[in-house]
Design a protein around this ligand. Structure first.
Ligand SMILES: [Zn+2]
Ligand SMILES: [Zn+2]
Length: 259
């Protein structure tokens, strides 16, 4: 949820702004549980949108194959953020305060090492590291692997965008709504990813709850409902036209013959 809300929707695409209490909590949580740097994540992700499904795309399954991205997505991610040109070009607006510069950036692994110590203290020397492994592998596998690999390979498409993005499933429960990847590529800045009545974006509901108590401000939101309603209305009109045409055309033709 922190990756989706803070890194992705807020920092990379600026679709929502959080109260500092929330953004600091999420920054700390991400450092503690993932060791990911905001600047690196944002740079790689913006580059993905800018050069989708080309050689320049840091993790395109169309170029490298879905299995490569699903299982080795983290390697592609690392390679991308180690490129200084990428970091220079795609990091505008990222946090650059003293804690970012002195702690989160230079000591990315401290958080997850402290977490390992906490897990060992809580669960012992055997279970502790296993719990830790699950915690630190969660985001790399699901985000760098499943969303980036399968989100451009399998699933359904609401929009014919130029890239191969797909909605994995309509229920965004497990990946905080990131499952709706085709919707996201169509409207990248929208803080909301669900576009049709049967789609559910868990992240959007977190944003709604935070907005309700004044801790989030939505900057950009796209609702697909109106768009799909309009499409359904036009399709219905076209169908009625076809029926009328089919019923009336033969009568006109036979009247013409009689005349
Ligand atoms: Zn994508
Ligand atoms: Zn994005």
């Amino acid at each position: 949820m922190c990756t989706s809300l803070y890194m992705h929707r807020s920092m990379a695409h600026q679709g929502v702004k959080f109260n500092p209490v929330i953004s600091w909590a999420m920054r700390f949580w991400l450092w503690f549980f993932t060791g990911m740097s905001t600047r690196e994540w944002v740079a790689v992700h913006r580059k993905h949108h800018a050069h989708c499904e080309t050689e320049e795309d840091p993790h395109s399954p169309v170029i490298h194959g879905w299995a490569q991205i699903l299982f080795f997505g983290v390697n592609y991610y690392r390679k991308a953020y180690r490129d200084p040109a990428t970091m220079e070009r795609f990091t505008k607006g990222c946090p650059n305060d003293v804690i970012e510069r002195k702690l989160f950036m230079p000591h990315k692994v401290w958080g997850i090492l402290i977490l390992l110590a906490v897990d060992i203290a809580l669960f012992g020397f055997i279970t502790g590291p296993l719990v830790w492994g699950g915690q630190v592998l969660w985001v790399p596998f699901w985000a760098a692997g499943v969303v980036n690999g399968l989100g451009h390979t399998i699933g359904y498409r609401n929009y014919k965008v130029r890239d191969a993005s797909r909605n994995l499933i309509p229920l965004g429960l497990l990946l905080s709504g990131e499952e709706l990847h085709n919707n996201h590529h169509k409207f990248p800045s929208s803080a909301r990813f669900s576009m049709r009545w049967f789609e559910f974006d868990m992240g959007w509901w977190y944003i709604q709850a935070l907005r309700l108590i004044g801790l989030a401000k939505v900057k950009v939101v796209q609702s697909g409902a109106a768009d799909f309603k309009e499409r359904a209305r036009l399709a219905k009109e076209a169908a009625i036209d076809r029926v009328i045409h089919a019923a009336v055309a033969p009568k006109i033709a036979s009247a013409a013959v009689d005349a």
